[in-house]
Design a protein around this ligand. Sequence first.
Ligand code: NAD
Length: 496
Amino acid sequence: MTIQETVPTFESLNPANGEVVGTHPVHGEAAVRAAVERAREASQWWAALGFDGRAEILGQWKGVITRRIQQLAGLMHDETGKPHGDAALEAGLAIDHLGWAAKHAEKVLSRQRRPSGMLMANVAASVEYRPLGVIGVIGPWNYPVFTPMGSIAYALAAGNAVVFKPSEYTPGIGQWLAATFSEVCDKPVFQVVTGYGETGAALCKAGVDKLAFTGSTATGKRVMAACAETLTPVLIEAGGKDAMIVDEDADLDAAVDATVWGACSNAGQTCAGVERVYVHERVYDEFLDKLVSAAKDVTAVDAPGSLVGPITMPSQIDIIRKHIDDAIARGGRAVLGGPEAVGERFVQPTILVDVPEDSAAVQDETFGPTMTVTKVHDMAEAVRLTNGTRYALGSSVFSKKNGMAVAEQIRAGMTAVNSVLSFAGIPSLPFGGVGDSGFGRIHGPDGLKEFTYAKAIARQKFKAPMLLTSFGRTEKQDKQFLQILTMMHGRSKTLK
Ligand code: NAD
């Protein structure tokens, strides 16, 4: 009997009907470690290819994914339940990020000069951003392509090899990504290991040079604790409780459209989805009427063409039900949906009002097509309440005059003004959170640098008249140094 035959397996299921989508190996510690070792060898080859060589291969991969996007979207639909169109949109945005990362890696990461300053004027200073080696990526199921690709694409473009552990709900999608990569590159530069949380835990301990985790805050803490044992750095992209702010001068129809989509698309299972809405008292009633009538048309059913799919993870149904029940028990009202909106596999859009700010529906991640809507006196109150949870991932503001001013006061990694979630589709912008939403950034130049270490070089161009880094320094030179220092930093007027 070979070792291969003894590997246990698990099934991924279609959340709309419980049918088996695929069977996958449960990779244990030894298999995960072996994958990381293979990746380590391949990482040297990959790094030596240079930016152009890597961009060439990543470009080919991008082409393969794009040409087969319908196949990928079909698999995403089967494993997560999300509508086919939403799946294709998600994959399309991931492809765009892959293209951006490959194209911009050289400009962002290659050696660049830095001013050396007056004290070291005889030295040429420069920095480059070098790959770390092997990156472990642990992903969630809710955006099983877009989210992990925010780490995978940027880590690969920066010159690292990657071992990816997809969610146990979406292993087929992870396999699909690795299989298409292997069509354009025959070295184990990008591999997938599958299994439950234990497989992820094994990846944390398998000797990777950095671990990029996306998932819940609770798991993020476990990942960080495991990685601390080996001083393995971590990137944590965790949960959110994002707010939408609607000012008195907002385009209400546009704000309603964005709120309904931001709260209900992907059945509300979006880390940066809208879960709370704060509306200026002058437009609150009108906004709420419009919101209810728009959200009424959005139903979640098991039929082709349904705008909203099922809840992917069965255990989430209980959390959604608890948040709604608790909100109502504490004086809230459901003006749409409510407890009866929570079915066995599908949840209908639910709008809750008059919900106390300290209740679970306002403070904790619900991850369903639900939202609380709260009246505020002014934008200062809206900002205060928006900033009042331990999460701080994304946010949005609808206002004609004050959009930027309000956005700047929100404590969150990203804010969309007069749109929702638009920041996620802009490859040059960093994506990530603060507080319980995590730390570190994917996407953009920050996302490329996240998977590197800075290597600084100071090269002496000519001998300095006054060599500071020597025991040969004279008393006179020490005095001269202090005179120069006083000239440079001793005047208070330099302080602004
Ligand atoms: P989860 O925390 O349950 O699982 C995430 C991944 O971690 C899975 O692959 C899982 O197998 C693995 N895992 C579980 N236990 C582990 C352990 N002890 N060690 C290592 N890995 C382990 O999260 P989920 O339910 O898959 O995803 C939903 C969560 O992800 C939500 O909270 C959502 O907000 C968050 N999310 C955040 C972002 C972001 O960018 N901030 C994006 C998407 C999703």
